[in-house]
Write a protein that binds this ligand. Structure first.
Ligand code: ADP
Ligand code: MG
Length: 551
């Protein structure tokens, strides 16, 4: 067998290691959560691979073992998972395949201290957390289905080594040479407490090797399978933190069992805060699909993308344990589960929306995502539009009572002037600029309310929704504003129409081809000119977004 090979880390890994080791010092215990989670993932992966390749079959007593050795100052985490080949060691541990470290570093700098440990899990850089407590990390791994094993070792300072090794069975051992100041992580009680806190719900058995032998460290029960009455809020919150990597408490917890044509148990959460980088992540739902407790996949898209902030578990009896990827794509069971889960979450949201004040934090975190549903989901469009909350020219944005700064479309319609036929809105990049826009002058002067829409998605959905409760939605930047029929309130003076007969031809001449039309408007009161979009076609904000994306 060959000797030891030296490898450099990719530049990203080097910088990342620096960040992790120096910025997260106070929350070091999460290294264990990350390593155990990786072992559990690898065990899930092997179970799944074994479905199509018998040579990778999982041993019946598959588990995750934690073995502290005080004398030698070593802590080893072993699993019976998929293991890693030589190439996988290089690509999984020597480079960062997914998220960039720059984004990670920026988030880390601005994050509150209590949020920092979240970032590690969310950015998928968990393995490197080991270097917070170890001055050398050794990985011995044998890929399931192969008889070759490899040792990967690094001090976390720019380079790592690789050499052939031996391992009796497939799986991985991660051995940490514990740092001088990290003795606590060699203590079985301390380790036990960390597992209880962070990994209690891992479904594979976790054991800690104590003086008197291996002792179970996690409960491993499928919390969602327990009757509601037997589940405490504390357990729910722990599980929430486990599945979301969040540190707060959920805004909503939905725990129910569906019976009848389709049977499943579900424990879902709507997070209490918006995850970091949420808008940059994929639009796919990550709700975990289990079959009879066993984890199958988190990419079965169990809810539409406008509900992708919902997290948790769906566990069904209606699929075989050995369900394959192809079968998942073909089975009608998933479509039925999807419909049932979507309906249930939507009903729950509608109920919660009745209390404007408690609904608001949810809307501020995830409203922009729900509005994507108004755009793309014809079936739920009207329902979702009914849930939506908006800023408006008629409402304060800085009052004591935050909920008073927001309106629903229904409430807007109820406040409309008798002669008003349209729901007016103005889209733009930010609320403050919108509230000050000259486009609103004519409307303000006439006491006509305008919705102020500042999320990017707002440029798109109003056209699809087109009307609400029989009232057309109309961008104030589009076409003629038709404000003649509304009387000006107060003292504002709309200017002298006669002057326009001279001004308009002069402006047309001066602006030439750069505008398609110049005309008088009742949109303005004190400003002199304003841009407007043609009656048909994209409004001003949409035109801007299209220009930005190069269209
Ligand atoms: P993530 O788990 O989010 O992918 P990590 O930094 O925690 O990121 O791990 C990087 C990769 O290393 C994992 O995706 C996996 O492929 C591999 N890996 C880590 N630990 C193990 C293990 N115990 N067994 C098999 N593969 C592992
Ligand atoms: Mg991980």
């Amino acid at each position: 067998q060959g000797g030891t090979e030296q490898h450099e880390f990719s530049a990203e890994v080097g910088r990342l290691l620096d960040l992790v080791v120096h910025s997260l010092y106070s929350e070091r215990e999460i290294f264990l959560r990350e390593l155990v989670a990786n072992s559990a993932d690898a065990t899930d992966r092997r179970r799944f691979e074994a479905l199509t390749d018998g040579a990778r079959a999982l041993p019946e007593d598959a588990k995750i073992r934690i073995n502290p050795d005080k004398e030698a100052r070593l802590l080893t985490i072993s699993d019976d998972g998929s293991g890693m080949s030589r190439e996988e060691l290089v690509s999984n541990l020597g480079t960062i395949a997914r998220s960039g470290t720059r984004a990670f570093g920026q988030q880390l700098e601005s994050a509150k201290p209590e949020d920092k440990p979240n970032l590690i899990g969310q950015f998928g850089v968990g393995f490197y957390a080991a270097f917070m407590v170890a001055d050398c990390v050794e990985v011995v791994s044998r890929r399931a289905g192969s008889d070759e094993a490899w040792r990967w070792a690094s001090e976390g300072k720019g380079a790592y080594t690789l050499e052939p090794a031996t391992r009796e069975k497939a799986g991985t051992d991660i051995t940490l040479h514990i740092k001088e100041d990290a003795d606590e992580f060699l203590d079985t009680w301390r380790l036990q407490a960390i597992i209880r806190k962070w990994a209690d719900h891992i479904s594979w058995p976790i054991t800690i090797l104590k003086e008197d032998g291996e002792s179970p460290a996690n409960e491993g029960t499928a919390l969602w399978r327990k009757p509601k009455s037997e589940v405490t809020e504390e357990q729910l919150n722990d599980f929430y933190r486990h599945v979301t990597h969040n540190f707060d408490t959920p805004w909503a917890t939905l725990h129910w069992r569906a019976e009848g044509t389709i049977e499943f148990t579900s424990l879902l959460f709507i997070p209490g805060s918006r995850p970091f980088e949420f808008s940059e992540q994929s639009r796919e739902s990550r709700i975990r699909l289990h079959v009879r407790r066993m984890f199958i996949t988190d990419d079965a898209n169990l809810v539409p993308s406008w509900l992708r902030f919902v997290q948790g578990v769906v566990d069904t009896e209606d699929l075989p344990l050995n369900v394959s990827r192809e079968m998942l794509q073909a089975t009608p069971v998933l479509a039925r589960i999807r419909k049932a889960v979507t309906g249930r979450v939507l009903t729950d949201l509608k109920n919660r929306a009745k209390d404007a004040e408690t609904f608001l934090p949810f809307w501020e975190n995830f409203g922009a995502i729900v509005k994507e549903g108004v755009w793309e989901d014809a079936e739920h469009r009207t329902e979702l539009a009914g849930l939506a909350r908006f800023r408006s020219s008629a409402l304060p944005t800085d009052g004591e009572d935050a909920a008073k700064g927001w309106t629903t479309l229904g409430d807007y319609v109820a406040r409309m002037k008798p002669e008003q036929e349209a729901i007016y809105f103005l889209t733009g990049d930010n609320e403050d600029a919108l509230a000050k826009s000259p486009q609103l002058e004519g409307f303000r002067a006439r006491g006509i309310e305008v919705l102020l829409l500042s999320d990017p998605v707002d440029a798109f959905w109003p056209e699809r929704l087109s009307s609400f409760e029989g009232k057309t939605l109309r961008s104030v930047t589009q076409g003629h504003a038709d404000l003649e029929k509304f009387a000006i309130e107060g003292e504002a003076d709309a200017g002298d129409a006669a002057d326009l007969d001279i001004l308009i031809p002069a402006l047309k001449e001066a602006l030439g081809e750069s505008v398609s039309e110049v005309r008088g408007t009742d949109r303005l009161v004190s400003s002199a000119v304003v841009l407007a979009a043609p009656e048909h076609g994209p409004d001003l904000q949409l035109q801007k977004l299209m220009r930005r994306s190069g269209q």
